[in-house]
Design a protein around this ligand. Sequence first.
Ligand code: FAD
Length: 213
Amino acid sequence: MLHKVLEIRGLSASTYVLRLERNGFSFKPGQCVNIGLKDSGVNREYSTYSGIDEPHLEFLIKEVKGGTVSPGLRKVEPGTEVELHGPYGSFIIKPEQIETSSFVFIGTGTGIAPFHSFARSYPNLDYQIINGIRDINEQFDTQDYDPSRLTCCISREKSDGFNGRVTDYLKQTKIAKDKIYYLCGNQGMIYDVYDILRNAGVSGDQIFTEAFF
Ligand SMILES: Cc1cc2nc3c(=O)[nH]c(=O)nc-3n(C[C@H](O)[C@H](O)[C@H](O)COP(=O)(O)OP(=O)(O)OC[C@H]3O[C@@H](n4cnc5c(N)ncnc54)[C@H](O)[C@@H]3O)c2cc1C
């Protein structure tokens, strides 16, 4: 399907939000789609960033240096059409758990994208987000989260928040065994956090993962 680009919102030198017209596209928060330049024959997966009731579709994208798709999408002029296929994937919240369960969302970099979609879609969701980033200026759209629900772990710069990686943060935090955990981002973090959670007694069927690369 073709969707017009409405806006490219630059958030930092390396990250932007791609806003597309909705065109009646329906998805479940946390699912991903494939996006590519029209007729290029190449596309990549991107997780939904916007909420299900929003009039447009948004994606939080890191521009990978030398990458085939992510740098080109940033340069697209508003009004241009891009190809979108999907939605795909099962990194979603079961409807019966939305109002009844407590969630911990752990993501690195743009791995916060599906959690933003959850927060925008389900206003009563009981969640905590632990977001691993390198620099202070990678705290994106923080106004969209209740501040008491968001912890940023900043690994490369000194800040007022937690200084270190998400794994450092988890090792010094009491891990609740009854919560449901969603991990999203690079595979190395996912493996490490999975082990930390399992060693703390969290059951494997309470852990869901989505690896970006
Ligand atoms: C299910 C799924 C959902 C995804 N959702 C998102 C999303 O919401 N936002 C997003 O920014 N990306 C997301 N990705 C990653 C995205 O699909 C692409 O891999 C990424 O945009 C690079 O594509 P490219 O064509 O620019 O680079 P390529 O030419 O494909 O590759 C360049 C290299 O960059 C590496 N790479 C990929 N992503 C990153 C990254 N974030 N940081 C550093 N290196 C990376 C790849 O492993 C590869 O070695 C998702 C991936 C999957 C599998």
